[in-house]
Design a binder for this molecule. Structure first.
Ligand code: ADP
Ligand code: MG
Length: 169
């Protein structure tokens, strides 16, 4: 996929209220404006990358893009599970992410247990892959460190590591 890594951000909106949280795997939903901006070569499926809420710390994440076959959804969605235990929900906050790599296509499952097992194995794969030096360095990207990151909601496709301000050192 040519467009990876792909950077984007947007407000966290309410999802379909289908209880991902009850499964222990809450997924923060992006609004249509972000979903509709995805480059065409970003296919549906499960991705891994980095995410931060507002100006908070950067954490590993897994994201599902697609039609959510298990729930027979008709709408496309981008749902991010941040691999971190938050004290509170963060609806309305700006979620910034970089999608780094692709794990697998979407599929439907015969049982909730099978779905949960698949997601947990995605999470393990994401944790491992993101330790690679070329993936770790994306954490330092300007996209996450610049002060404008909390206000802009414009999706960006450009990595900008080289623009890091040296601060006179
Ligand atoms: P919804 O259907 O509204 O998306 P979920 O059950 O999927 O409901 O819960 C998602 C919400 O949970 C997010 O919008 C966010 O506010 C909150 N949340 C708490 N912890 C996390 C996390 N680790 N990753 C993603 N969302 C989280
Ligand atoms: Mg959700």
């Amino acid at each position: 996929m040519k467009s990876l890594p792909y950077f984007c951000r947007g407000e966290v909106i309410r999802g379909f209220g289908r209880g991902s949280k009850e499964l222990g795997i809450p997924t923060a939903n992006f609004p249509d404006s972000v979903v509709d901006n995805l480059p065409s070569d970003i296919s549906t499926g499960i991705y891994y990358g980095w995410a931060c809420v507002g100006n908070g710390d950067l954490y590993k994440m897994v994201m599902s893009i697609g039609w959510n076959p298990y729930y027979k959804n008709i709408k496309k969605s981008m749902e991010t599970h941040v691999i971190h235990k938050f004290k509170e929900d963060f609806y309305g906050e700006i979620l910034s992410v970089v999608m780094v790599g692709y794990i697998r296509p979407e599929r439907s499952y015969d049982s909730l247990e099978a779905l949960i097992a698949a997601i947990n194995s995605d999470i393990e794969e994401a944790k491992m892959k993101l330790e690679l030096p070329e993936h770790r360095k994306l954490k330092e990207d300007n996209f996450f460190t610049s002060t404008s990151s909390s206000t802009s909601v414009t999706p960006s496709t450009t990595a900008s590591t080289s623009q890091t301000i040296q601060n006179g050192h």
